[in-house]
Write a protein that binds this ligand. Structure first.
Ligand code: GTP
Ligand code: ZN
Ligand code: ZN
Length: 337
């Protein structure tokens, strides 16, 4: 996973910002040289370009995390996910991987908390849409924007490795959108989203939809400050995906089963798929829909409106509480003067 494998290293571009304008505190690519065994606590990610690490000179396999071997009916299986880090990267010990992951995720969590507070203060309901590539996220967002109509303010953050195609499709559907290109990165993180929010400047009481990079693995680990992660699974992908990619379905509060117009052409068993998702996450809410035929869109739209209303009420209650507090302070001031 990318918190330890370094795959998120790449050139991030956010529309409207100069390239290189996004500086991650955990990625300073320094070019200094030093000859210690390895542990420094200034900020950077683990793959630097200088070659001086004694452990990297060792032949592959020496001192490395070894996979667990199990015999299964059809043959052997190697499990790389059973160490403390639940992952494997050549040249990194499990302890080192756990440390790196904790550092990256705790920084991300700080940015996510700031995003969440910012959104909460403005009564904005935000969703983080996660799925494998091509599950129908952008089609669903475009149809959602059309069905919500002009009375509902919708803003979209689009994440892809390259191109602004999706942001253009969203703008064509009638909503402001900003594209984040993650370069080699395989997920959005909370810092990128915070910068995109500055640029997008969503209105109070609006709906913010964040389409994450198509990837069923890494986006599960990164909180963006959203109210809910929504896992999108199209019926062409197979019922077993929740079992094969459990982290994503555990992290999501909602699963949308998309492209149900295609069910009649497939052997996909909806009940088995939902049962698989609930084995991983018994509380997951499931909606079935097709943005192409429109089936099931009404329940999705109703749910969005209900949740938006709740976010607006939270803001209103907070504003009322602050007003009361100010009134009480003014009263005190009057009494003293
Ligand atoms: N039959 C059918 N096809 C759909 C539906 N929704 C999307 N598609 C098709 O699925 C393909 C991928 O759709 P997108 O909306 O681009 O999927 P995405 O998840 O945004 O893709 P990435 O951003 O590349 O991960 C396109 O060819 C769509 O026309 C649907 O409800 N039914
Ligand atoms: Zn990754
Ligand atoms: Zn898309």
């Amino acid at each position: 996973m990318c918190t330890v494998c370094g795959c998120s290293k790449g050139n991030v571009k956010i529309e409207g910002r100069a390239p290189g304008g996004v500086k991650f505190p955990y990625r300073s690519h320094h070019a200094h040289s030093h000859d210690h065994g390895h542990s420094h606590d200034h900020d950077h990610d683990q793959h630097h370009d200088h070659a001086h690490h004694p452990h990297q000179a060792k032949p592959h396999g020496a001192q490395e995390h070894q996979p667990a071997l199990s015999q299964q009916a059809g043959g052997a299986a190697l499990h790389y996910g059973q160490g403390a880090a639940h992952a494997h990267a050549p040249g990194l010990s499990q302890a080192r991987m756990v440390k790196i992951e904790q550092d990256i995720l705790s920084k991300n969590d700080g940015y996510a908390a700031a995003n969440r507070q910012w959104l909460r203060d403005r009564g904005i309901f935000a969703l983080n849409l996660v799925s494998s590539p091509g599950s129908g996220k952008t089609s669903l967002l475009a149809e959602t924007i059309r069905q919500l109509g002009r009375d509902t303010l919708v803003y979209v953050v689009e994440g892809d490795q390259q191109t602004s195609n999706d942001a253009e499709r969203i703008r064509a559907a009638g909503a402001p959108a900003i594209q984040i290109n993650t370069g080699k990165g395989c997920h959005l993180d909370a810092h990128m989203v915070g910068q995109a929010l500055e640029q997008l400047n969503p209105a109070d009481d609006s709906l913010l939809l964040i389409e994450n990079v198509g990837n069923l693995v890494c986006p599960a680990a990164f909180d963006l400050g959203e109210a809910h992660k929504v896992a999108i699974l199209s019926v062409t992908e197979g019922e077993d995906k929740p079992l094969k990619y459990p982290d994503m379905f555990a992290a999501a509060d909602v699963m949308l089963l998309t492209k149900i117009d295609l069910l009649r052409h497939l052997d996909f068993d909806v009940d088995v798929c939902i049962a698989n998702a609930r084995r991983i996450n018994p509380k997951i809410k499931v909606l079935q829909l097709s943005s192409k035929s429109g089936d099931g869109m009404d329940l999705w739209i109703d749910w969005l409106l209900l949740e938006m209303n709740e976010a607006q009420l939270v803001k209103q209650r907070e504003v009322a509480r602050l007003r009361q507090h100010i009134a009480a302070l003014e009263q005190q001031l009057q009494e003293r003067s």
